[in-house]
Design a protein around this ligand. Structure first.
Ligand code: NAD
Ligand code: ZN
Length: 356
């Protein structure tokens, strides 16, 4: 599959397929990164074990000089310390303005390597090679960032990739819990904008869960297309882009209350999308049935649909208010109108939130 993302006067391709890693060199050339360019591959230790050597082989056979930098796996690598180390490696490897940074890994590596590419010599070429399903989300939109001890993604930039090379074969080594987390965002993209895609996901859930590469390629393409359509109308986040936050105000609260450990991001927003549907039904914004359908969809992808334990509703509400999307003290939430259609609803009563 090939999808072209159009943003302003720039555009890039997301190429999706089984075994694409082996065609990486040809795809780079096609994207305008000549084999005379020096490359720096950024990856993490889990991904490196499986995919770094084969990628290096393909690139070298085609004349590329590639330096590789391996960072520890996990969110902690989106730090100033790791960023500085990568900058040092880039300088020592002799990267220049014509060089490119390749991110081989999930969203963590993508965000980190992307920020290196955005800032090295005021910006050099960047290529994403996602190896998680969640990274379909981060491969569109051009947001790159690292964390500050005082908050997530506080240091960042907008930097679009030259090309995204998405090898669905690489997803086979992904832990199932990470696969589920990725499907939470895929389902979200359907719920936001595409009822037919939701039907399709439901019909093919079993095969998708088994990572059937053809279906998986379609799911990634569709998910990216929904995000691209929204982002291209709103590249710097004014209005439309807020719709991508379906389930995220609740979800961020759950992530915070689980101290970013018991629940991962996908699990937290899965619960959040269910609660958003419940709120929508209670205020008569959505037709009945939207909640049940949302819940069933997420269950098909082995995701939680309620907080696993007991929790004080007040604590959740407080955490939601700390999340940035409050307008004049009152909560604004993205709510489903129907399956495949969402809107931002302002001034939601606290009683309602506590109720669900
Ligand atoms: P991740 O990159 O940490 O990957 C999850 C885990 O899977 C890691 O332990 C990793 O080592 C491992 N892994 C990755 N690929 C593997 C493979 N093929 N086989 C085996 N193991 C593999 O996490 P993620 O869920 O991909 O991304 C989360 C990050 O993405 C967060 O930091 C989030 O802020 C960011 N993000 C950014 C955007 C954006 O628009 N820039 C959007 C969504 C999320
Ligand atoms: Zn998300």
């Amino acid at each position: 599959e090939k999808l072209t993302v159009e943003l302003g006067e720039r555009s890039y391709q997301i190429v999706i397929g089984d075994g694409l890693l082996h065609q990486a060199a040809a795809l780079l050339v096609e994207a305008g990164i000549a084999s005379t360019s020096k490359l720096m591959i950024v990856t993490d230790e889990n991904v490196a074990v499986h995919y770094l050597e084969p990628l290096l082989d393909v690139l070298r056979e085609n004349g590329y000089q590639a330096h590789s930098a391996i960072v520890p796996a996990g969110e902690q690598s989106k730090s100033l310390a790791v960023y500085e180390r990568l900058m040092t490696e880039a300088i020592e490897a002799g990267l220049d303005r014509k060089s490119a940074v390749l991110a081989l890994g999930g969203g963590v590596v993508g965000d980190l390597a992307g920020f290196v590419a955005a800032t090295y010599m005021r910006g050099i070429d960047f290529v994403q090679m996602p190896t998680t399903l969640l990274a379909h989300d981060s491969s569109v939109g051009g947001k790159v960032a690292i964390n500050h001890p005082l908050g997530k993604n506080l240091i960042g930039a907008f930097h679009q990739p030259k090309v995204v090379i998405y090898d669905t074969k690489a997803l086979r080594s992904l832990p199932k819990r990470e696969v589920a987390a990725g499907f939470a965002e895929v389902v979200k993209h359907g719920l936001i904008a595409d009822a037919a895609f939701v039907d399709w996901l439901e019909d093919n859930a079993d095969l998708l869960w088994q990572l059937d590469s053809e279906l998986l390629g379609k799911a990634i393409e569709k998910g990216c297309a929904v995000k691209a359509a929204i982002v291209s109308q709103d590249e710097t986040e004014q209005g439309q882009r807020a719709l991508l936050n379906l389930g995220h105000t609740f979800g961020h609260a759950f992530e915070a209350l689980s101290a970013y450990s018991t629940l991962n991001h996908g699990e937290a927003i899965s619960i959040g999308m269910c609660l958003a549907a419940k709120v929508a039904e209670r205020i008569g914004f959505a037709e009945t049935g939207v909640y049940n359908r949302t819940k069933r969809m997420l269950e098909l992808f082995h995701l939680p649909t309620a907080w696993p334990g007991t929790l004080s509703p007040d604590a959740v509400l407080e955490a939601m208010k700390r999340d940035k999307k409050t307008v004049g003290g009152k909560l604004a939430l993205v709510l489903p109108r129907a399956i495949g259609q969402v809107e931002v609803v302002k001034n939601i009563e606290e009683e309602l939130i506590l109720g669900v």
